[in-house]
Design a protein around this ligand. Sequence first.
Ligand SMILES: [Fe+2]
Length: 494
Amino acid sequence: MAVTEIETPPMTHSKVRFAAGLEPCTIQTERTTLPLSGTIPAWLRGTLYRNGPALWQAGSTTLQHWFDGFAKLHAFTIEDDGTVSFQCRMLESEQYRRSLAQGRLWRRLFSTQGTRRWYHKISQFIWPRYGDNALVNIQPIAGKMLVMTESPRQVSVNPDNLAALGDFQFTDQLRGDNTTAHPMVDPVTGELINLLTKYSKVTKHQFTRMKAGTQQRELIGVLRANEPSYHHSFGLTPRFIIFTECPFVVQPLRMVFGNSTILGSYRWKPELGLRISLLDRKTGAVLGPFKTDPFFGFHHVNAYDEGDEVVFDLPVVEGPQVFEELLMSRMVVDGIVTVPVLKRFRVNHVSGRVNHCPLGSGGFDFPIIDECQRCKPAQVIYGCGLSAGRSHDMLNQLVRRPCDGGQDLTWVEEGCYPGEPIFVAKPGGAPDDGVLLSVVLDANRSTSFLLILDATSMRELARAQVPHVVPFGFHGSFVPIGNKNGRKSDGQNS
Ligand SMILES: [Fe+2]
Protein backbone atom coordinates (compact mmCIF):
# COMPACT_ATOMS: atom_id res chain seq x y z
CA MET A 1 0.00 0.00 0.00
CA ALA A 2 1.45 3.36 -1.01
CA VAL A 3 0.76 5.85 1.72
CA THR A 4 1.74 9.44 2.25
CA GLU A 5 0.93 11.53 5.27
CA ILE A 6 1.22 15.22 6.03
CA GLU A 7 2.51 15.97 9.48
CA THR A 8 -0.33 17.23 11.65
CA PRO A 9 -0.69 17.75 15.38
CA PRO A 10 -3.16 15.39 17.02
CA MET A 11 -6.14 16.85 18.84
CA THR A 12 -6.14 16.68 22.58
CA HIS A 13 -8.68 16.74 25.41
CA SER A 14 -11.08 14.47 23.52
CA LYS A 15 -13.76 12.95 25.68
CA VAL A 16 -16.42 11.62 23.38
CA ARG A 17 -16.30 8.01 22.28
CA PHE A 18 -16.39 8.87 18.58
CA ALA A 19 -13.53 11.40 18.78
CA ALA A 20 -11.43 9.40 16.31
CA GLY A 21 -13.88 10.46 13.59
CA LEU A 22 -12.97 14.08 14.28
CA GLU A 23 -9.20 13.62 14.43
CA PRO A 24 -7.12 14.97 11.55
CA CYS A 25 -6.26 12.17 9.14
CA THR A 26 -4.09 13.16 6.21
CA ILE A 27 -3.08 9.65 5.22
CA GLN A 28 -3.25 9.43 1.42
CA THR A 29 -3.60 5.95 0.01
CA GLU A 30 -3.23 4.76 -3.55
CA ARG A 31 -5.68 2.13 -4.74
CA THR A 32 -5.38 -0.93 -2.53
CA THR A 33 -7.54 -4.00 -1.88
CA LEU A 34 -9.37 -4.17 1.45
CA PRO A 35 -10.10 -7.25 3.56
CA LEU A 36 -13.70 -8.20 2.88
CA SER A 37 -16.24 -10.22 4.83
CA GLY A 38 -19.62 -11.31 3.51
CA THR A 39 -20.72 -11.33 -0.11
CA ILE A 40 -21.42 -8.37 -2.37
CA PRO A 41 -24.35 -8.82 -4.79
CA ALA A 42 -23.14 -9.65 -8.29
CA TRP A 43 -25.07 -6.69 -9.75
CA LEU A 44 -23.35 -4.15 -7.49
CA ARG A 45 -20.23 -2.90 -9.26
CA GLY A 46 -18.91 0.63 -9.20
CA THR A 47 -17.40 3.29 -6.95
CA LEU A 48 -18.67 4.99 -3.83
CA TYR A 49 -17.17 8.48 -3.58
CA ARG A 50 -17.20 10.31 -0.27
CA ASN A 51 -16.22 13.84 0.70
CA GLY A 52 -15.64 15.49 4.06
CA PRO A 53 -13.20 17.40 6.26
CA ALA A 54 -9.97 15.80 7.45
CA LEU A 55 -7.57 18.54 8.59
CA TRP A 56 -8.24 21.56 10.83
CA GLN A 57 -4.84 23.24 10.80
CA ALA A 58 -3.33 25.63 8.25
CA GLY A 59 0.15 26.42 9.57
CA SER A 60 -0.46 28.80 12.44
CA THR A 61 -4.22 28.93 11.92
CA THR A 62 -6.46 26.44 13.71
CA LEU A 63 -9.70 25.92 11.84
CA GLN A 64 -12.59 26.29 14.25
CA HIS A 65 -15.58 24.49 12.81
CA TRP A 66 -16.37 21.02 11.49
CA PHE A 67 -17.44 22.77 8.29
CA ASP A 68 -14.04 24.50 8.00
CA GLY A 69 -11.78 21.44 7.66
CA PHE A 70 -9.77 20.85 4.52
CA ALA A 71 -11.52 18.43 2.19
CA LYS A 72 -10.44 14.85 1.73
CA LEU A 73 -11.85 12.47 -0.86
CA HIS A 74 -12.34 8.73 -0.40
CA ALA A 75 -13.26 6.16 -3.02
CA PHE A 76 -14.37 2.56 -2.49
CA THR A 77 -14.49 0.60 -5.73
CA ILE A 78 -16.38 -2.69 -5.97
CA GLU A 79 -14.37 -4.35 -8.72
CA ASP A 80 -15.58 -6.75 -11.41
CA ASP A 81 -14.44 -9.72 -9.30
CA GLY A 82 -16.38 -8.58 -6.24
CA THR A 83 -13.37 -7.35 -4.28
CA VAL A 84 -13.25 -3.85 -2.81
CA SER A 85 -10.40 -1.42 -3.41
CA PHE A 86 -9.88 1.84 -1.58
CA GLN A 87 -8.07 5.10 -2.12
CA CYS A 88 -8.07 8.48 -0.44
CA ARG A 89 -6.52 11.84 -1.16
CA MET A 90 -6.60 15.36 0.24
CA LEU A 91 -8.33 17.73 -2.17
CA GLU A 92 -5.53 19.83 -3.64
CA SER A 93 -7.63 22.99 -3.81
CA GLU A 94 -6.13 26.45 -4.19
CA GLN A 95 -7.25 27.11 -0.62
CA TYR A 96 -5.39 24.06 0.64
CA ARG A 97 -2.22 24.61 -1.40
CA ARG A 98 -1.91 28.33 -0.63
CA SER A 99 -2.73 27.92 3.06
CA LEU A 100 -0.11 25.23 3.56
CA ALA A 101 2.46 27.11 1.49
CA GLN A 102 2.07 30.38 3.39
CA GLY A 103 1.64 28.75 6.79
CA ARG A 104 -1.69 30.40 7.55
CA LEU A 105 -5.21 30.44 6.22
CA TRP A 106 -5.49 31.92 2.71
CA ARG A 107 -9.23 32.78 2.61
CA ARG A 108 -11.71 33.02 5.45
CA LEU A 109 -13.86 29.98 6.08
CA PHE A 110 -17.30 29.54 7.59
CA SER A 111 -16.13 30.04 11.16
CA THR A 112 -12.41 30.81 10.85
CA GLN A 113 -11.25 34.29 9.91
CA GLY A 114 -7.54 33.98 9.27
CA THR A 115 -5.80 37.33 8.81
CA ARG A 116 -8.34 39.85 7.64
CA ARG A 117 -7.43 43.52 7.58
CA TRP A 118 -9.50 46.45 6.31
CA TYR A 119 -7.90 46.38 2.88
CA HIS A 120 -8.74 42.69 2.55
CA LYS A 121 -12.41 43.56 3.15
CA ILE A 122 -12.39 46.36 0.57
CA SER A 123 -10.60 44.15 -1.93
CA GLN A 124 -13.03 41.29 -1.40
CA PHE A 125 -15.97 43.65 -1.86
CA ILE A 126 -14.67 45.07 -5.16
CA TRP A 127 -12.91 42.04 -6.62
CA PRO A 128 -14.44 39.05 -4.87
CA ARG A 129 -12.32 35.91 -4.75
CA TYR A 130 -13.75 32.76 -3.31
CA GLY A 131 -12.24 29.79 -1.59
CA ASP A 132 -12.47 26.36 -3.18
CA ASN A 133 -12.18 24.06 -0.18
CA ALA A 134 -15.02 21.94 -1.57
CA LEU A 135 -15.60 19.58 1.36
CA VAL A 136 -19.33 18.90 1.23
CA ASN A 137 -20.24 16.73 -1.73
CA ILE A 138 -18.87 14.84 -4.74
CA GLN A 139 -21.13 14.07 -7.70
CA PRO A 140 -20.80 13.23 -11.40
CA ILE A 141 -22.12 16.28 -13.22
CA ALA A 142 -21.83 17.45 -16.83
CA GLY A 143 -19.28 14.84 -17.76
CA LYS A 144 -17.02 15.68 -14.80
CA MET A 145 -16.62 14.46 -11.27
CA LEU A 146 -17.29 17.61 -9.24
CA VAL A 147 -16.56 18.36 -5.63
CA MET A 148 -18.72 21.05 -4.13
CA THR A 149 -19.25 23.33 -1.20
CA GLU A 150 -21.27 26.53 -0.84
CA SER A 151 -18.64 28.64 -2.59
CA PRO A 152 -19.45 29.33 -6.26
CA ARG A 153 -16.18 27.57 -7.12
CA GLN A 154 -16.62 23.88 -7.79
CA VAL A 155 -13.59 21.70 -8.42
CA SER A 156 -13.27 18.96 -11.00
CA VAL A 157 -11.36 15.85 -9.92
CA ASN A 158 -10.04 12.81 -11.75
CA PRO A 159 -12.47 9.99 -10.82
CA ASP A 160 -9.69 7.40 -11.16
CA ASN A 161 -7.14 8.88 -8.76
CA LEU A 162 -9.02 11.77 -7.06
CA ALA A 163 -6.47 14.36 -8.22
CA ALA A 164 -7.81 17.92 -8.49
CA LEU A 165 -8.09 19.15 -12.09
CA GLY A 166 -9.09 22.78 -11.46
CA ASP A 167 -12.28 24.79 -11.36
CA PHE A 168 -15.36 23.65 -13.23
CA GLN A 169 -16.10 26.29 -15.86
CA PHE A 170 -19.69 27.28 -16.50
CA THR A 171 -20.18 28.73 -19.98
CA ASP A 172 -22.87 31.24 -18.94
CA GLN A 173 -22.54 34.75 -17.55
CA LEU A 174 -24.40 34.16 -14.28
CA ARG A 175 -22.54 35.33 -11.20
CA GLY A 176 -23.06 34.80 -7.49
CA ASP A 177 -21.33 34.59 -4.13
CA ASN A 178 -22.85 31.41 -2.80
CA THR A 179 -24.48 28.22 -4.03
CA THR A 180 -25.55 24.89 -2.57
CA ALA A 181 -23.67 21.60 -2.60
CA HIS A 182 -27.04 19.89 -3.06
CA PRO A 183 -28.08 20.44 -6.67
CA MET A 184 -31.16 18.49 -7.68
CA VAL A 185 -31.68 16.52 -10.85
CA ASP A 186 -35.16 16.49 -12.37
CA PRO A 187 -35.93 12.78 -12.79
CA VAL A 188 -37.80 13.36 -16.06
CA THR A 189 -35.85 16.06 -17.89
CA GLY A 190 -32.44 15.30 -16.39
CA GLU A 191 -31.80 19.01 -15.90
CA LEU A 192 -29.67 20.04 -12.95
CA ILE A 193 -31.24 22.67 -10.71
CA ASN A 194 -29.37 24.76 -8.19
CA LEU A 195 -29.30 28.08 -6.42
CA LEU A 196 -26.80 30.88 -7.02
CA THR A 197 -27.09 33.67 -4.47
CA LYS A 198 -25.78 37.16 -5.15
CA TYR A 199 -25.43 39.14 -1.93
CA SER A 200 -26.14 42.86 -2.04
CA LYS A 201 -28.30 45.44 -0.29
CA VAL A 202 -31.14 43.44 -1.81
CA THR A 203 -29.90 39.88 -2.16
CA LYS A 204 -30.91 37.85 -5.19
CA HIS A 205 -31.48 34.11 -4.88
CA GLN A 206 -31.15 32.99 -8.50
CA PHE A 207 -32.48 29.52 -9.26
CA THR A 208 -30.95 27.97 -12.35
CA ARG A 209 -31.30 24.94 -14.57
CA MET A 210 -28.55 23.29 -16.58
CA LYS A 211 -29.54 20.90 -19.34
CA ALA A 212 -27.87 17.48 -19.35
CA GLY A 213 -24.68 17.45 -21.38
CA THR A 214 -24.09 21.20 -21.08
CA GLN A 215 -22.18 23.52 -18.77
CA GLN A 216 -24.56 26.42 -19.35
CA ARG A 217 -27.01 27.48 -16.68
CA GLU A 218 -30.26 29.27 -17.48
CA LEU A 219 -32.16 31.42 -15.04
CA ILE A 220 -35.50 30.01 -13.90
CA GLY A 221 -36.45 32.77 -11.49
CA VAL A 222 -35.24 35.05 -8.71
CA LEU A 223 -36.28 35.55 -5.10
CA ARG A 224 -35.16 38.72 -3.36
CA ALA A 225 -34.31 39.22 0.32
CA ASN A 226 -33.19 42.13 2.46
CA GLU A 227 -31.86 39.81 5.14
CA PRO A 228 -31.04 36.50 3.43
CA SER A 229 -31.21 33.34 5.47
CA TYR A 230 -28.60 30.63 5.78
CA HIS A 231 -29.60 27.91 3.35
CA HIS A 232 -28.14 24.52 2.54
CA SER A 233 -30.58 22.82 0.17
CA PHE A 234 -34.01 23.23 -1.43
CA GLY A 235 -36.93 21.07 -2.45
CA LEU A 236 -38.13 20.11 -5.89
CA THR A 237 -41.49 19.01 -7.27
CA PRO A 238 -42.46 18.64 -10.93
CA ARG A 239 -44.05 22.10 -10.69
CA PHE A 240 -42.13 24.06 -8.04
CA ILE A 241 -38.79 24.77 -6.47
CA ILE A 242 -39.33 24.97 -2.70
CA PHE A 243 -37.15 27.56 -1.02
CA THR A 244 -37.28 27.41 2.78
CA GLU A 245 -35.88 30.53 4.43
CA CYS A 246 -35.17 29.81 8.08
CA PRO A 247 -34.97 32.70 10.57
CA PHE A 248 -31.15 32.53 10.75
CA VAL A 249 -30.41 35.66 8.74
CA VAL A 250 -27.59 38.02 7.88
CA GLN A 251 -27.05 41.54 6.69
CA PRO A 252 -24.67 40.93 3.77
CA LEU A 253 -22.63 44.11 4.26
CA ARG A 254 -22.05 43.13 7.86
CA MET A 255 -20.79 39.75 6.64
CA VAL A 256 -18.33 41.50 4.28
CA PHE A 257 -17.18 44.42 6.44
CA GLY A 258 -17.80 43.26 10.00
CA ASN A 259 -15.23 41.64 12.25
CA SER A 260 -17.26 38.51 12.92
CA THR A 261 -16.84 35.22 11.15
CA ILE A 262 -19.36 34.33 8.47
CA LEU A 263 -21.23 32.18 10.98
CA GLY A 264 -20.96 34.88 13.65
CA SER A 265 -22.58 37.41 11.30
CA TYR A 266 -25.88 35.52 11.32
CA ARG A 267 -28.67 36.26 13.80
CA TRP A 268 -31.56 34.03 14.88
CA LYS A 269 -34.84 35.96 14.52
CA PRO A 270 -37.60 33.50 15.43
CA GLU A 271 -40.30 36.11 14.84
CA LEU A 272 -39.64 35.67 11.12
CA GLY A 273 -40.67 32.02 11.27
CA LEU A 274 -39.80 29.56 8.54
CA ARG A 275 -40.81 31.21 5.27
CA ILE A 276 -41.60 28.90 2.38
CA SER A 277 -41.59 30.26 -1.17
CA LEU A 278 -42.67 28.26 -4.20
CA LEU A 279 -40.98 29.17 -7.47
CA ASP A 280 -42.90 28.04 -10.54
CA ARG A 281 -40.37 26.14 -12.66
CA LYS A 282 -42.09 27.06 -15.92
CA THR A 283 -42.90 30.75 -15.43
CA GLY A 284 -40.49 31.83 -12.70
CA ALA A 285 -43.45 33.27 -10.74
CA VAL A 286 -43.20 33.11 -6.96
CA LEU A 287 -45.99 32.02 -4.60
CA GLY A 288 -45.63 32.96 -0.95
CA PRO A 289 -43.77 33.23 1.25
CA PHE A 290 -45.95 31.05 3.45
CA LYS A 291 -45.01 31.23 7.10
CA THR A 292 -44.82 28.57 9.78
CA ASP A 293 -42.92 27.93 13.01
CA PRO A 294 -39.26 28.94 13.26
CA PHE A 295 -37.41 25.82 12.16
CA PHE A 296 -34.03 25.28 10.58
CA GLY A 297 -33.10 22.27 8.46
CA PHE A 298 -30.05 21.35 6.42
CA HIS A 299 -31.39 18.64 4.13
CA HIS A 300 -34.54 18.61 2.05
CA VAL A 301 -35.47 15.00 1.38
CA ASN A 302 -38.17 14.69 -1.25
CA ALA A 303 -41.22 16.67 -2.35
CA TYR A 304 -44.26 16.35 -4.58
CA ASP A 305 -47.39 18.16 -5.73
CA GLU A 306 -50.79 17.03 -4.46
CA GLY A 307 -53.77 19.13 -5.63
CA ASP A 308 -53.42 22.62 -4.18
CA GLU A 309 -50.69 21.42 -1.86
CA VAL A 310 -46.98 20.94 -1.98
CA VAL A 311 -45.67 18.24 0.33
CA PHE A 312 -42.05 18.14 1.44
CA ASP A 313 -39.99 16.37 4.09
CA LEU A 314 -37.21 18.06 6.03
CA PRO A 315 -35.29 17.14 9.21
CA VAL A 316 -35.47 20.25 11.40
CA VAL A 317 -34.23 21.76 14.65
CA GLU A 318 -35.85 24.58 16.57
CA GLY A 319 -32.91 26.95 16.94
CA PRO A 320 -29.44 27.83 15.71
CA GLN A 321 -27.57 26.02 18.51
CA VAL A 322 -26.52 23.24 16.18
CA PHE A 323 -24.07 25.56 14.43
CA GLU A 324 -22.18 26.19 17.67
CA GLU A 325 -22.36 22.54 18.65
CA LEU A 326 -20.45 21.77 15.47
CA LEU A 327 -17.46 23.87 16.52
CA MET A 328 -14.58 21.41 16.81
CA SER A 329 -13.84 22.44 20.39
CA ARG A 330 -17.44 21.65 21.32
CA MET A 331 -17.89 18.47 19.31
CA VAL A 332 -14.91 16.64 20.76
CA VAL A 333 -16.12 17.32 24.30
CA ASP A 334 -19.91 17.44 24.14
CA GLY A 335 -20.88 15.60 20.98
CA ILE A 336 -24.04 16.71 19.26
CA VAL A 337 -26.81 17.77 21.58
CA THR A 338 -29.39 19.11 19.14
CA VAL A 339 -30.43 16.40 16.70
CA PRO A 340 -32.92 17.10 13.89
CA VAL A 341 -36.27 15.35 13.75
CA LEU A 342 -37.89 14.50 10.44
CA LYS A 343 -41.04 16.47 9.65
CA ARG A 344 -43.52 16.44 6.81
CA PHE A 345 -44.73 19.87 5.69
CA ARG A 346 -47.88 20.53 3.67
CA VAL A 347 -48.19 23.94 2.06
CA ASN A 348 -51.56 24.87 0.58
CA HIS A 349 -50.67 27.53 -1.97
CA VAL A 350 -54.31 28.57 -2.43
CA SER A 351 -55.26 29.08 1.22
CA GLY A 352 -51.72 29.85 2.39
CA ARG A 353 -52.02 27.35 5.21
CA VAL A 354 -48.93 25.40 6.30
CA ASN A 355 -49.15 22.22 8.36
CA HIS A 356 -46.37 20.10 9.68
CA CYS A 357 -46.15 16.88 11.62
CA PRO A 358 -43.42 14.48 12.67
CA LEU A 359 -42.56 11.70 10.26
CA GLY A 360 -41.51 8.97 12.65
CA SER A 361 -39.64 9.68 15.86
CA GLY A 362 -36.07 10.03 17.04
CA GLY A 363 -33.07 11.98 15.78
CA PHE A 364 -32.66 11.77 12.03
CA ASP A 365 -30.54 13.42 9.33
CA PHE A 366 -28.55 12.69 6.15
CA PRO A 367 -31.80 11.57 4.48
CA ILE A 368 -31.92 9.82 1.12
CA ILE A 369 -34.48 8.02 -1.01
CA ASP A 370 -34.51 5.61 -3.91
CA GLU A 371 -34.05 8.14 -6.73
CA CYS A 372 -36.73 6.43 -8.85
CA GLN A 373 -39.26 7.96 -6.42
CA ARG A 374 -37.89 11.51 -6.65
CA CYS A 375 -40.67 14.16 -6.97
CA LYS A 376 -43.31 11.49 -6.19
CA PRO A 377 -44.65 10.19 -2.86
CA ALA A 378 -41.71 8.06 -1.76
CA GLN A 379 -42.42 4.94 0.25
CA VAL A 380 -39.26 4.95 2.37
CA ILE A 381 -36.69 7.45 3.61
CA TYR A 382 -33.28 6.24 4.73
CA GLY A 383 -30.89 8.18 6.91
CA CYS A 384 -28.69 8.29 9.99
CA GLY A 385 -30.40 8.24 13.35
CA LEU A 386 -29.70 8.44 17.03
CA SER A 387 -30.73 5.62 19.34
CA ALA A 388 -33.42 6.50 21.86
CA GLY A 389 -32.11 7.79 25.17
CA ARG A 390 -28.71 8.84 23.87
CA SER A 391 -27.52 12.44 23.89
CA HIS A 392 -24.15 14.20 23.69
CA ASP A 393 -23.41 11.68 21.02
CA MET A 394 -23.08 11.26 17.27
CA LEU A 395 -25.61 9.66 14.93
CA ASN A 396 -25.10 5.98 15.66
CA GLN A 397 -27.53 4.00 13.52
CA LEU A 398 -28.78 3.60 9.98
CA VAL A 399 -32.53 3.90 9.67
CA ARG A 400 -35.10 2.71 7.15
CA ARG A 401 -38.22 4.78 7.81
CA PRO A 402 -41.47 3.93 5.99
CA CYS A 403 -43.46 7.06 5.08
CA ASP A 404 -46.79 5.38 5.90
CA GLY A 405 -46.14 5.42 9.65
CA GLY A 406 -44.74 1.90 9.76
CA GLN A 407 -41.99 0.82 12.10
CA ASP A 408 -38.39 1.87 11.53
CA LEU A 409 -35.85 -0.80 10.73
CA THR A 410 -32.34 -0.01 11.94
CA TRP A 411 -28.77 -1.18 11.72
CA VAL A 412 -26.82 -0.50 14.88
CA GLU A 413 -23.62 -1.91 16.34
CA GLU A 414 -22.12 -0.93 19.67
CA GLY A 415 -19.33 1.61 19.29
CA CYS A 416 -20.01 2.19 15.60
CA TYR A 417 -20.99 5.48 13.93
CA PRO A 418 -22.25 5.30 10.34
CA GLY A 419 -22.12 8.15 7.86
CA GLU A 420 -24.73 9.13 5.29
CA PRO A 421 -26.12 6.04 3.55
CA ILE A 422 -26.25 5.90 -0.23
CA PHE A 423 -29.05 3.86 -1.81
CA VAL A 424 -28.15 1.85 -4.90
CA ALA A 425 -31.11 0.36 -6.74
CA LYS A 426 -30.99 -3.22 -7.96
CA PRO A 427 -31.26 -3.08 -11.76
CA GLY A 428 -34.79 -3.99 -12.78
CA GLY A 429 -35.88 -4.20 -9.15
CA ALA A 430 -38.98 -2.75 -7.52
CA PRO A 431 -38.78 0.61 -5.72
CA ASP A 432 -36.62 0.31 -2.58
CA ASP A 433 -35.12 -2.97 -3.79
CA GLY A 434 -31.42 -2.37 -3.44
CA VAL A 435 -28.58 -1.83 -1.01
CA LEU A 436 -27.33 0.88 1.29
CA LEU A 437 -23.66 1.81 1.37
CA SER A 438 -22.23 3.63 4.38
CA VAL A 439 -18.76 4.37 5.72
CA VAL A 440 -18.78 3.52 9.42
CA LEU A 441 -16.40 4.54 12.21
CA ASP A 442 -15.60 1.63 14.51
CA ALA A 443 -14.65 3.47 17.68
CA ASN A 444 -13.71 0.21 19.41
CA ARG A 445 -10.91 -0.48 16.94
CA SER A 446 -10.17 3.09 15.79
CA THR A 447 -10.74 2.08 12.19
CA SER A 448 -13.49 2.49 9.62
CA PHE A 449 -15.24 0.14 7.24
CA LEU A 450 -17.50 0.20 4.23
CA LEU A 451 -20.82 -1.38 5.19
CA ILE A 452 -23.21 -2.85 2.63
CA LEU A 453 -26.77 -3.50 3.82
CA ASP A 454 -29.81 -5.01 2.17
CA ALA A 455 -32.06 -1.93 2.05
CA THR A 456 -35.25 -3.90 2.60
CA SER A 457 -34.23 -5.91 5.64
CA MET A 458 -31.35 -3.66 6.85
CA ARG A 459 -29.33 -6.84 7.28
CA GLU A 460 -25.59 -6.73 6.65
CA LEU A 461 -24.41 -8.23 3.37
CA ALA A 462 -20.74 -7.35 3.49
CA ARG A 463 -18.13 -5.08 5.01
CA ALA A 464 -14.70 -4.00 3.78
CA GLN A 465 -12.21 -3.01 6.44
CA VAL A 466 -10.10 0.15 6.07
CA PRO A 467 -6.80 -0.03 8.00
CA HIS A 468 -7.30 3.44 9.49
CA VAL A 469 -10.03 5.91 10.35
CA VAL A 470 -12.02 7.65 7.66
CA PRO A 471 -12.96 10.96 9.32
CA PHE A 472 -16.67 11.70 9.55
CA GLY A 473 -17.75 13.05 6.18
CA PHE A 474 -20.76 14.69 4.67
CA HIS A 475 -21.97 13.50 1.27
CA GLY A 476 -21.11 11.49 -1.80
CA SER A 477 -22.38 9.36 -4.64
CA PHE A 478 -22.21 5.90 -6.14
CA VAL A 479 -21.17 5.64 -9.78
CA PRO A 480 -21.77 2.27 -11.46
CA ILE A 481 -18.87 0.84 -13.46
CA GLY A 482 -18.91 2.25 -16.97
CA ASN A 483 -20.63 5.48 -15.91
CA LYS A 484 -17.79 7.39 -14.31
CA ASN A 485 -18.61 10.76 -15.81
CA GLY A 486 -22.32 10.33 -16.38
CA ARG A 487 -25.19 12.36 -15.06
CA LYS A 488 -26.58 11.22 -11.73
CA SER A 489 -28.40 7.97 -11.91
CA ASP A 490 -29.56 5.20 -9.62
CA GLY A 491 -28.17 5.40 -6.19
CA GLN A 492 -26.66 8.85 -6.40
CA ASN A 493 -27.68 11.10 -3.65
CA SER A 494 -28.73 14.70 -3.80
FE1 LIG B 1 -25.45 18.68 3.31
